[in-house]
Design a protein around this ligand. Structure first.
Ligand SMILES: [Zn+2]
Length: 106
C-alpha cells in the first residue's frame, strides 16, 4: 500500500483500492481522498459511497484535474464524476457504466 494509509482506505472495496493505487501511479500527483465511506454531501444520493465502492479525490486545479481524470481513464474506471473541487471515482457495477458527469462540490 505505497500511496494510501489504512485509515484512508478503511471500508473501501479492495478492488477499488487496487485501482486507486494504479491510478495514483499513472497520475503522479497526490490523491487526497476527501470522502471514502461516509455520509453527507452528495453521498446522500450516491449509494456507491455507502457501499465502499466510491471515493472523492480532492482536486481544484485544472492541471491536477486533468491528471486525475486521465489516470482514472487509463486505469479503467467507468464511472467518473468531475466536480469543481473533487473528482468522484466509483466501481459500482449496479450503476450505469461508461459515464462521466459533472457537478458542484458541496
Ligand atoms: Zn463521490
Amino acid at each position: 500500500m505505497p500511496h494510501f494509509s489504512p485509515k484512508e482506505v478503511e471500508g473501501l472495496d479492495p478492488n477499488l483500492v487496487q485501482m486507486l493505487e494504479r491510478a495514483r501511479g499513472f497520475a503522479g500527483v497526490p490523491f487526497i481522498i476527501t470522502e471514502g465511506v461516509g455520509s453527507g454531501g452528495h453521498h446522500v444520493i450516491n449509494s456507491a459511497h455507502q457501499r465502499g465502492l466510491a471515493v472523492d479525490i480532492r482536486c481544484s486545479g485544472s492541471h491536477d484535474r486533468m491528471k486525475v481524470v486521465s489516470a482514472a481513464l487509463i486505469t479503467g474506471f467507468k464511472r467518473i464524476g468531475v466536480y469543481d473541487k473533487h473528482v468522484h471515482l466509483d466501481v459500482d457495477p449496479s450503476l450505469p457504466q461508461d459515464v462521466m458527469w459533472t457537478g458542484v462540490s458541496s
